[in-house]
Design a binder for this molecule. Sequence first.
Ligand SMILES: Cc1cc2nc3c(=O)[nH]c(=O)nc-3n(C[C@H](O)[C@H](O)[C@H](O)COP(=O)(O)O)c2cc1C
Ligand SMILES: CC(C)CC(=O)C(=O)O
Length: 389
Amino acid sequence: MAKHWADFQYEIYLQGMTGSVPRLPTDLTRLEELTEQRLGQGPVGYVAGSAGSGSTAAANRAALDRRRIVPRMLRDVEQRDLSVEVLGRSLPAPLALAPVGVLSIMHPEAEPAAARAAAAQGVPYILSSASSTPMEEVAGAMGDGERWFQLYWAKDREVTASFLARAKAAGFTALFVTLDTPLLGWRPRDLDRAYLPFLHCVGTANYFSDPAFRAGLAKPVQEDPQAAVRHFVGMFADPAKTWPDLAFLRENWDGPIVLKGVLHPDDARRAAEAGVDGVVVSNHGGRQVAGSVAAADALPRVVEAAGDRLTVLFDSGIRTGDDIFKALALGARAVLVGRPYAYGLGLDGQAGVEHVIRCLLAEFDLTLALSGHSRPTTPSADDLTEEAR
Ligand SMILES: Cc1cc2nc3c(=O)[nH]c(=O)nc-3n(C[C@H](O)[C@H](O)[C@H](O)COP(=O)(O)O)c2cc1C
Ligand SMILES: CC(C)CC(=O)C(=O)O
């Protein structure tokens, strides 16, 4: 019989017969608290935090919780295949690791450890351009793993061009352009501690090692790290960009381009007209617009607008296997997960990230089967019911 992701469940029980239990909880919602106990409030506040009073992050969860699965019976779910095609690649399951910057605040092995975990489990890793490690080093850690690159679209054209050229040379195939962060959102949890993580990784980070970025500094990074961070904050994103500017990226990137942070169906239509390949329906895990629509509530309308012109991915609030099922039933091809793997990294390095991937996919595999499906492409709105708000 084919190996299923759900086999992880019995692997755990069978190891229990020799007295061993998992090092981390299998309910991933417990990881935040454990990470805070281990690493303290500054780093975990940054990762866990969100915009304003946290209403968008809460709405993301509520929109997924409000939708309930209506399981179907007697549909032969013995042989299951979780693979999906995304951006011309066959993925072993509908999951990728979301771009999460500055991971050295979680663990000294940072992005390379997360990337190795993704590669070991066959899941794509989307490297943040705000990585605390130069992209070439992360790529070198990944072996054959699927490498996707996330771009903050800098004010400075030379910096953007340098990032695209470096990403291409390092073997990254798809480009995820994040649109929802032309400015940093209002994040009280970080503001109250005056905690901005970039000073903590100024010596190593991807930006600070970039030749085009360094060319814009009056003094070397090591001589004046605060000035380097100030320069970064002023140029990493560009609030003046508009849709026609996308032509520059299309001309300078050969592979698939995906726009991350689309919530309105008209923006999905514009994305299709601009000739990009996909969108991520996302509100950045609730970190940007306080009071924003919940990502899962925005998903069906974007899927409808995209039709078959765009691949629609989803993130913001995925914590369990049933969340993945619901996102697919609402029309997403695959999902990204952010904070849970950052906590896994903080608690147990590469092994912690692998644990998070395996738990999510084992639970998803079981949810799929127990709901009457054997393929991730078959759940639909018909499998869900929506409870009153
Ligand atoms: C600490 C942290 C850093 C992030 N850094 C980036 C980033 O550099 N680029 C980006 O596009 N998104 C970034 N995101 C957003 C994630 O890619 C993703 O959209 C979000 O985490 C999904 O929500 P979830 O954490 O609830 O899974 C970051 C999120 C967190 C929590
Ligand atoms: C603003 C970025 C540099 C990092 C990010 O995307 C985030 O903290 O959500």
